[in-house]
Write a protein that binds this ligand. Structure first.
Ligand code: KG4
Ligand code: ZN
Length: 353
């Protein structure tokens, strides 16, 4: 079974083809970084136009990479939300057009479900598993019980983790997207323990009984720390220290929330091989990955993070989510409406055909 996946919900235009064995036959991602660089963030109108410019070429290239033609494809999956609605509609309409013209099933994929199911594409992780979804728009702790069935245990009360990386990076004078930039410059910090003392950043929600997150206080603390630095050009060594302290604090807060979630998971679910899966763009962060690995080691949990290339937005995860849905008979009508907001714990059955 071959599924074509299309992703256009933010600033990556992507097309991919996967099969039921988890082989990724093609996976093409075109980042619009350059288009948005001057604006310090993603401009929705520019993103939508760039998707229109490139998507058809990318789909053709993915088909060529896989050595397939449309008649070999068994279904078309496109991200139909959540995300920037103009961009979402570009990919959704392209997917519907191919499905209609080739008489193929269409699968409306929730972008977050793409991130959530990635560990099943790459590592056949069994349900149920504990899922930490950390991206530019979301920070959630969920239990993935089955395809389409997610229990939301905790979410951010304000900014998402990736958003906090991006905004803090901007305050530090680093370019967008801030996550990879902070990770890079934090690596230059010579004494991480001293940096943590030097910039005593708050750890919002740490120790709280709920499983929620909050990141806006941390961002404000970064602003105050930058303002307190000596006037003039920001020194690279100062920023390296601050970035390192920031990254350690975020990893610490995330580990604290996950520790609590692991305890709850072990009480409520009887899993033979309990796993904590971290997914989404921020899951590419090495400090966070290492911190979660250590946490899991100490709590007899399997830690799993997708390969870095599949953490950020891509269409292989969309194709895979489409494939898992199609295997369960969950296809969608061609009048499916794009959903700018689409919580994972309220998937319904889309509008299954
Ligand atoms: O999942 P994603 O590609 O797009 C959304 O669906 O949001 O996540 C993008 C987010 C951005 O905020 C970016 O700064 C963050 O992931 N990110 C990272 C790293 N790589 C990407 N954050 C921390 N460390 C990284 N290495
Ligand atoms: Zn994403």
């Amino acid at each position: 079974m071959y599924i074509l996946g299309i992703e256009t919900s933010c600033d990556e235009t992507a097309a991919a083809i996967v099969n039921e064995k988890g082989d990724i036959l093609a996976n093409i991602v075109l980042s619009q970084l350059k288009e948005h660089l001057a604006f310090g963030g993603v401009v929705p109108e520019i993103a939508a136009r760039a998707h229109i410019d490139h998507l058809h070429t990318l789909i053709k290239a993915a088909m060529d990479d896989a050595g397939l033609s449309f008649k070999d494809i068994d279904g078309v999956a496109a991200t139909c939300g959540p995300g920037l609605i103009g961009g979402v509609m570009v990919g959704m309409i392209a997917g519907k057009a191919i499905a209609a013209s080739q008489n193929l099933p269409f699968i409306a994929v929730n972008h977050l479900e793409g991130h959530a199911l990635t560990p099943r594409l790459t590592d056949q992780i069994e349900f149920p598993y504990l899922l930490l979804l950390v991206s530019g728009g979301h920070t959630q702790i969920l239990v993935a019980e089955d395809v389409g069935t997610y229990k939301l245990w905790g979410t951010t009360l304000d900014d998402a983790a990736g958003e906090c990386f991006d905004k803090s990076a901007k305050l530090m004078g680093l370019p967008y997207p801030g996550g990879p930039e902070i990770q890079k410059i934090a690596g230059e910090c010579e004494d991480p323990a001293a940096a943590l003392k030097r910039f005593a950043l708050p750890s919002p929600m740490k120790g709280r009984k709920t499983l929620d997150f909050s990141f806006s206080g941390l961002k404000t603390a970064v602003r105050l720390a930058v303002e307190a630095l000596p006037e003039g050009d920001l020194q690279r060594t100062d920023i390296a220290d601050l970035a390192c302290a920031f990254q350690t604090t975020v990893a610490d807060v995330i580990a604290d929330r996950c520790k609590r979630a692991i305890d709850r998971f072990k009480t409520e679910y009887n899993s033979a091989a309990p796993a904590l899966v971290v997914s989404g763009g921020v899951a590419a962060n090495t400090a966070i990955r290492q911190r979660l690995e250590l946490l899991c080691e100490n709590h007899a949990m399997r830690a799993y993070a997708p390969p870095v290339s599949l953490c950020g937005d891509n269409a292989a995860m969309i194709a895979w989510a489409g494939l898992e849905r199609l295997q369960k008979g969950l296809t969608d009508n061609l009048d499916f409406k794009a959903r700018p907001r689409w919580p994972l714990n309220d998937m319904g059955n889309n509008n299954a055909a």
